[in-house]
Design a protein around this ligand. Sequence first.
Ligand SMILES: [Zn+2]
Ligand SMILES: [Zn+2]
Ligand SMILES: [Zn+2]
Ligand SMILES: [Zn+2]
Length: 226
Amino acid sequence: MNEDLTAQGKCLFCNAMFPQKQIGIHLKKHLALQEKSESAQHTKKFSHILIDSGLMFLHVLINDYSKMELLDSFLRDIWMDCCGHMSGFFTKTSEISMNQRIKDVFPDKEKIFYEYDFGTTTQVNLKVLRHYDINMKDHLTLLSRNEPLELVCTECEKEYALHICSVCSYDEYVYLCKKCAKKHEKICEDFKDYASMPVVNSPRMGDCGYTGGVIDTERDGTFQKK
Ligand SMILES: [Zn+2]
Ligand SMILES: [Zn+2]
Ligand SMILES: [Zn+2]
Ligand SMILES: [Zn+2]
């Protein structure tokens, strides 16, 4: 990826944009305020969880009584699923059952990670930021997510990238704009055949047959100049 690349995310509550490092603290303010204003008999226990991989991140609020399989299916929908591979949550030493409840997994302070596809594996990190007694309608709410990264074509270094060559990206990512993709076709037979993959807003970009998520699709795909 381009070295000076940064990520930012929009706040679900007020629509303001914040850098990756600050959005978590900002969301905490909204959640704490809401928690304070709530009458106790209507609240349930929720956890604010950060899922990330480099510049890509998801802030979610999830009901503590939900099972890990809810997080699994969410991650599949937004970031991972190409052809129904296996997946799992892990601590350093063991696998976490999909039937475990959020509340029994996350208080440990242990680092948790998620793997999708045990062949061409995509791995992301999870950690709990805080627990809340709060009233939320949904069991899982996406609070923020990194906006599409400003990935520039690695050939011309001018245009924004639309494609990635999954074969040539073995050592270093090869991002291509429309024009340079046409040129790449001529020198890379694989690209023409199967290795041309779309730039998507997911850590699974370029892996296996991944072409994008099925939820929150307006923030998937390539960076768009406003
Ligand atoms: Zn906000
Ligand atoms: Zn696949
Ligand atoms: Zn280009
Ligand atoms: Zn190639």
